[in-house]
Design a protein around this ligand. Structure first.
Ligand SMILES: CC(C)(COP(=O)(O)OP(=O)(O)OC[C@H]1O[C@@H](n2cnc3c(N)ncnc32)[C@H](O)[C@@H]1OP(=O)(O)O)[C@@H](O)C(=O)NCCC(=O)NCCS
Length: 131
């Protein structure tokens, strides 16, 4: 488990009651959805064209996320293939107190996105275009 965020801050949100279980912590599916969106924002920034999620791997939930907690999602590029971009996504709960920030790692995973051409097929020219 990493001890501090690395990569870029792709998204910030707050855990709200609607997406929590009766025990007051967030459903894993809600966390996964935020991770998918943060990863997609990262991959879109690279590809600059339509992308879709092809896989979510090595997902790990380290600790529960509680209603009301502030959530930051950090991303960094793992690898770039002909049409695919693999993005590491790390979810942090952030506590801010008088300018001091404390980060608690909630979850991590690797999300892979595929750039599509105008026919909806993998665009194998993506890597060449972005270089
Ligand atoms: C993503 C999709 C376009 C891939 O089509 P495909 O014909 O299987 O394409 P390919 O086999 O050429 O794979 C495309 C790229 O994805 C990569 N890929 C495929 N399966 C993968 C997996 N399980 N994990 C990581 N990468 C994977 C391939 O390595 C390839 O990368 P490269 O071009 O950089 O070498 C197609 O499966 C699809 O439309 N899936 C639904 C996507 C979607 O709607 N997602 C939202 C959630 S439902």
């Amino acid at each position: 488990m990493p001890s501090a965020p690395k990569g870029q801050l792709a998204m910030q949100t707050v855990a709200i009651e609607r997406d929590a279980n009766p025990g007051g912590s967030m459903f894993g599916g809600w966390v996964l959805a935020q991770m998918d969106m943060a990863g997609a924002a990262h991959a879109f920034g690279i590809a600059q064209q339509r992308i879709v999620t092809v896989s979510a791997d090595k997902i790990r939930f380290f600790r529960p996320l509680i209603i009301g907690q502030e959530v930051h999602l950090y991303t960094d590029t793992v690898s770039i293939g002909s049409s695919s971009i693999a993005v590491n996504v790390n979810v942090w709960h952030v506590e801010q107190n008088a300018g001091n920030k404390q980060f608690f790692n909630i979850a991590e995973g690797i999300f892979t996105f595929v750039a599509l051409d105008d026919k909806g097929r993998p665009d194998k020219t993506m890597k060449d275009r972005i270089e």
